[in-house]
Design a protein around this ligand. Structure first.
Ligand code: TYD
Ligand code: MG
Length: 445
């Protein structure tokens, strides 16, 4: 018997190499190449969708698919742009246990409630488990069908039916097995083959495919990164399992805007959209405590009021501690260096902690000014003015720089009744340097 040819695939990005290497040539990750048998049949992700008759004039070409249909969850339709697009493949990524299956079973139930068929294909749970969950979520519709299988061919079969369901959920891409590739389910070759089969099938059907992909904290194990290019829309469900809120973010969207997001809350009977999430991350904030600032952060296109806390305390360690939760530690370190250099604030002998309210992960550069305010407030042990709010980027020279979405932030700050508002200079108003900012808040220091 001929020996199977071996190739080496990166477990992070899926890139393949004929030889083993210490570093993946595609994504640069170290020690991620794993041995696997070369695929039996070459998958062609770029293969034509049906018999090719050569190029056609775009002007005369009309879309044969029906327009997007509402999912039954209006907030989700807003996030997706138009709702569920027939023929589209959506990837929902997220850590295990974050609520992906819950959300998609609810979505399938909503679609079924409108009389359209929804099929939930699960390679993770038995029919009994799915039924129990559906009951718990209050979903009992005749049009909600389920199948417990790990065969990708079976899911392809469902998509290929003449009366294809409106929505087919496949949970998860890591548990499905394709006969077109070698390896165990979950391996890069299998994940890619399963997704390729399903995506090709949905393009020819009138269904919308939603694929679940697990992402782990440690990194992506043969995960959604490989698939992002193959699907039309990429959604990530994020959050902290210790907290009840979840954020659904759009990373890629062929049919609508990216950067959209929705906030959901995990309740006893499933995930519920938070109607006005603008103050959701403030929690039970104590305005009279030092070290607490409110930032109007822009995540996606939406301004949220988020609490940023900091604690500056005397250190007994040779290497004082710097800890950041929900924000980038490098950014904290950078801002501390700027405070030391530009304001002469000495914190070299202090442990410094910073976190965002509700564990929300923030990447908005406008966070800087609020973080600086929280750190200074704790350093001086003086609370910030009640109802004050901050946004602005701080650069290395100690200047406060404008950030995107100023008008949206300002409007939201006023709507929520914040005053005073500290923001970068815009049309002659606002604070330009950290020195001015420090003086305005704490006098001479
Ligand atoms: P799940 O949807 O199974 O996560 P994933 O598919 O992303 O792995 O969510 C599991 C968690 O959600 C589990 O810890 C229990 C919790 N949960 C609720 O709090 N309320 C509910 O109504 C449901 C169905 C789950
Ligand atoms: Mg699940």
């Amino acid at each position: 018997m001929a020996k199977a040819r071996l190739i080496y695939a990166c477990t992070a990005c899926g890139g393949v190499s004929p030889r083993w290497r210490g570093q993946c040539e595609s994504c640069g990750a170290w020690n991620t190449l794993a041995e696997q048998a070369a695929p039996k049949q070459q998958l062609r992700p770029g293969a034509p969708l049906g018999p090719s008759s050569g190029p056609v004039p775009l002007a005369g070409f009309s879309q044969e698919h029906a327009p997007a249909a509402p999912s039954g969850l209006p907030e989700l339709d807003r996030v997706l742009g138009q709702g569920l697009q027939p023929g589209a493949a959506i990837l929902l990524g997220g850590e295990p246990g974050i609520g992906k299956s819950t959300l998609l079973l609810q979505l399938a139930g909503q679609v079924a409630a409108t009389g359209r068929t929804a099929v939930y294909v699960s390679g993770e749970e038995s029919l009994g488990q799915l039924a129990t969950r559906a009951r718990r979520l209050g979903l009992a519709h005749d049009a909600l069908l389920a199948s417990s299988t790990t065969s990708a061919a079976e899911a392809v079969d469902i998509l290929g039916r003449r009366d294809a369901p409106a929505v087919v959920v496949v949970d998860s891409v890591q548990t499905m097995a394709s006969s077109l590739a070698d390896g165990v389910p979950g391996s890069p070759a299998q994940v890619r083959a399963v997704a390729a089969e399903l995506v090709e099938a949905v393009k020819k059907s009138s269904s919308t495919l939603i694929l679940v992909g697990h992402v782990t904290k440690e990194g992506l194990i043969a995960g959604p990164k490989i698939l992002e290019h193959m699907v039309d829309t990429v959604l990530y469900l994020e959050g902290d399992r210790q907290h009840f809120y979840r954020i659904l973010r759009v990373f890629k969207n062929r049919f609508g805007p990216t950067d959209e997001l929705m906030v959901l809350e995990m309740l006893g009977d499933g995930l519920a959209p938070v109607p006005d999430p603008s103050t959701y991350f403030l929690g039970e904030r104590d305005e009279t405590a030092s070290g607490s600032a409110v930032v109007l952060a822009l995540e996606g296109k939406r301004p949220f009021a988020v609490e940023v806390q900091s604690l500056v305390s005397k250190s007994y360690l040779a290497m004082p501690r710097r800890t950041a939760l929900g924000l980038d530690l490098n950014r904290l370190n950078l801002l501390l260096a700027v405070l030391e250099k530009r304001l002469g604030v000495q914190m070299g002998q202090s442990d410094i902690y910073a976190k965002t309210g509700g564990g929300l992960k923030l990447t908005d550069p406008g966070l800087d000014l609020g973080l600086v305010a929280a750190v200074l407030s704790s350093y001086y042990d003086r609370p910030l003015p009640p109802r004050s709010v901050f946004w602005g980027e701080v650069d290395l020279s100690g200047r406060i720089r404008p950030v995107s979405g100023h008008d949206a932030r300002l409007k939201q700050a006023k709507r929520l009744g914040y005053k005073p508002i500290f923001h970068p200079p815009v049309e002659g108003k606002g604070t330009a340097t950290l020195k001015d900012f420090q003086r305005a808040l704490f006098g001479a220091g």
